[in-house]
Design a protein around this ligand. Structure first.
Ligand code: FES
Length: 132
């Protein structure tokens, strides 16, 4: 391969990487990009710590050893993984699909989220409601 071909190849790779990043950003409707490093998650009164960026709040709870109900196994059908967002609402992925239906209108409007559906894109503080 000549030097010209090598340079074109490197430039092409950079353009492809840039297009992927722009596409990912646009595809998520303006959400923050998935962080490359750890992100601080606080489960108020229970635990706090860094988790890999992009994981669900349910996965974060498991990593931080927070006992969080999830009867349907994260399939967005039971609602038992509901959490109240205390801070950092914009640092979670946007609600998709059935989440608002499972939460109910009032809780969705109040900003509650299903931990199995909300991905962590930045620092966030949540509260696990008492069920009983
Ligand atoms: S685990 Fe059932 S809705 Fe999240």
């Amino acid at each position: 391969m000549s030097g010209d071909q090598s340079q074109r190849g490197a430039r092409g790779s950079r353009l492809v990487a840039l297009a992927r990043r722009v596409g990912q950003r646009l595809g998520r409707g303006g959400e923050p990009p998935v962080p490359q490093g750890p992100v601080e998650v606080i489960f108020e009164g229970r635990a706090r710590g860094p988790v890999p960026g992009g994981v669900s709040l349910l996965a974060a709870a498991r990593l931080l050893e927070v006992d969080l109900s999830h009867y349907c196994g994260g399939m967005c059908s039971c609602g038992t993984c509901r959490v109240q967002v205390v801070a950092g609402r914009d640092n979670l992925s946007r609600p998709q699909g059935n989440e608002a239906m499972v939460l109910g209108d009032a809780r969705a409007r109040a900003g509650d989220r299903l931990a199995c559906q909300a991905r962590v894109l930045g620092p966030v503080t949540v509260k696990v409601p008492a069920w009983f």
